[in-house]
Ligand binder design. Structure first.
Ligand code: SF4
Length: 186
């Protein structure tokens, strides 16, 4: 059994897929190691790659706003991605890259043991729920996934590109917190 810091070290040296050759920094994830709510996105972008931290660019600012609007803090949740190294040009990770990296995320989920997982975008959905996952069809619902409650929503970058997704994005975040409240009060 690894600790989170051991896993982070492994990621920083990882060469399991081609993304290692173009990364500046692996972006392991950050937040509380006892978070009840975990956010999972697609992969690092330019700023994340430079800083070695998840969701620190424009999309990250939107996610921060959402987290704060819900009365939470970035430090109280955990934020990670499907792949830990930036796909060149911010392209969608290839299936073999995601498959090589997903083990790190599995360990993170196992160690953090969140109550609610918010999937940000279709790449997160396809790699966790299954290849048939469709964000437009499945967002706004709670998916029972083993012991976890999963709430899929749009990736903040997609919300920035398309203003009409904003209301659904906020409502999905509120749903995640509502579900968490229900679990906590059980
Ligand atoms: S994306 Fe994941 S599997 Fe690929 S090199 Fe980076 S840490 Fe390793």
């Amino acid at each position: 059994m690894y600790s989170l810091s051991e896993l982070e070290q492994l990621c920083s040296e990882c060469k399991k897929c081609r993304l290692c050759s173009t990364r500046k920094n692996a972006v392991f994830g950050e937040g509380s190691d006892r978070a009840d709510i975990m956010f999972i996105g697609e992969g690092p972008g330019e700023q994340e790659d430079l800083q070695g931290r998840p969701f620190v660019g424009k999309a990250g600012k939107l996610l921060d706003k959402g987290i704060e609007a819900l009365g939470l803090s970035r430090e109280s949740v955990y934020i990670a991605n499907i792949v830990k190294c930036r796909p060149p040009g911010n392209r969608v990770p290839e299936d073999d890259e995601a498959a090589s990296c997903i083990e790190y995320l599995r360990w993170q989920v196992k160690l953090i043991d969140p109550k609610v997982i918010v999937l940000l975008g279709s790449t997160a959905g396809r790699n966790i729920i299954g290849k048939d996952f469709r964000i437009t069809r499945q967002r706004g619902n709670v998916i029972e996934f083993g012991k976890f409650k999963i709430v899929p929503t749009y990736h903040p970058a997609a919300v920035l590109r398309d203003d009409t997704k904003k209301a659904d994005f906020w409502s999905d975040l509120k749903l995640a917190v509502k579900i968490y409240g229900q679990i906590k009060n059980c």
